[in-house]
Structure formats: C-alpha cells, structure tokens
Design a protein around this ligand. Structure first.
Ligand SMILES: *[C@@H]1O[C@H](CO)[C@@H](O)[C@H](O)[C@H]1NC(C)=O
Length: 181
C-alpha cells in the first residue's frame, strides 16, 4: 500500500486542480490531517495517525524535488516520488506528486494507477504521451507535449510517456491519491 509515486508541489494553481481531482477518487478525510505514524506495522486503509497535538510544520514538508533522478538505466527514466513514506502529512489526503526525468528517448512504460488520476506538466523537452480506454472500445489517445503543456490521465487507464526528441526532459505528475498503486 505504500508503493507510490507522489511528492511535493508545483504551483498553487496546479495543486488546487489536483486537489479537486483527489476528491473524486478518495473519500474525504474525517479530520484536518492524519500525519502517518512510523510506529505501526498494522495494515489499514491508509496509515495510522500520530496524535494531532504532536504535529509540526515539517510533517507537511518535503525538500529535494529540484534534484534530477539518475536516468542511466534500461528504460532511460527515473521517477522521484514524494509519497506518504516521504511526506507523512500526505496520509489520507488523496494527493501526491512526483518528478520524472528522462534520458534521450527514455520511456516511462505503459502502466496504470487503479486509484489515481494523474495530471502532468512538462517543464522541459518534448514528451509523447498516451492512454487507452477500457474495454470494449480500447481507444488510444495520444498527444505531443512541449514545455508548459498539461495533460491528464484519467483514473485507472493504462498510460505511458516517451521522451521523443530532446536530451533531458522532466515533468511533474500530480496524483489524486496519496499512493500510486
Ligand atoms: C533514480 O535516481 C536516484 C537518484 O540519482 C537513484 O538513487 C536511483 O537508483 C535511480 N533509480 C533508477 C531506477 O535508476
């Protein structure tokens, strides 16, 4: 339940958009926040909460998305995820963020997030993206994205991203789930 991609923030505008998507996929929390405890090995629908009286600003903070991931691997891409394991305050909020770096012609291969809508913004380069609708139509939607472009992958649908042209490229996906699964 903790394998995920999510992370930190891009802009207030994008975050607000992602939040609205989050409400569509995860139930609203029953409290202001539920900072994840690291002290329990129990499996629940999310992680147990720390006592809210112990919460501090750093529970809602992550630093380091400015650092590129190492793309010298077979797929030529690297996902830096900020999920509940790295940002305990994300627990139960239904939102996360990630950075993905691509080598030239690097690929983030087809995959799905059954419980998350993903919205991306391209910060550099040219990205070929696509998703396939569910049975029985299996329609393929593709688009070439450039710097500043935004694209959304609807919840549960198989999708991919490919760096089709320019050397280094990165984008920031925002996921409407605290955990990618
Ligand atoms: C992604 O980049 C990080 C930071 O450079 C590195 O530690 C990690 O091994 C890389 N992952 C892959 C799959 O290449």
């Amino acid at each position: 339940m903790d394998k995920g991609v999510p992370m930190d923030l891009v802009t207030v505008l994008l975050f607000a958009l992602a939040c609205s998507l989050a409400f569509a996929s995860d139930p609203n929390p029953l409290q202001d926040f539920c900072v994840a405890t690291k002290d329990s090995n129990e499996f629940v629908n999310g992680k147990f909460c720390n006592n809210p009286k112990d919460a501090k600003a750093d529970d809602f903070f992550f630093s380091g998305l400015d650092k590129p991931g190492d793309t010298s691997n077979k797929q030529g891409s690297n996902v830096t995820a900020v999920n509940v394991d790295k940002l305990a305050g994300l627990n139960t909020l239904g939102i996360s963020v990630a950075r993905i770096d691509f080598a030239p012609y690097g690929l983030n291969p087809p995959h799905t997030h059954p419980r998350a809508t993903e919205i991306i913004v391209v910060l550099e380069g040219t990205l070929y993206v696509g998703f396939v609708t569910s049975n029985t139509n299996n329609r393929l939607f593709t688009k070439v994205l450039k710097k500043g472009d935004v694209f959304v992958f609807p919840i549960g649908l198989i999708h991919f991203q490919w760096n089709m042209k320019i050397p280094m490229l990165l984008y920031l996906p925002l996921l409407a789930a605290k955990i990618l699964g």
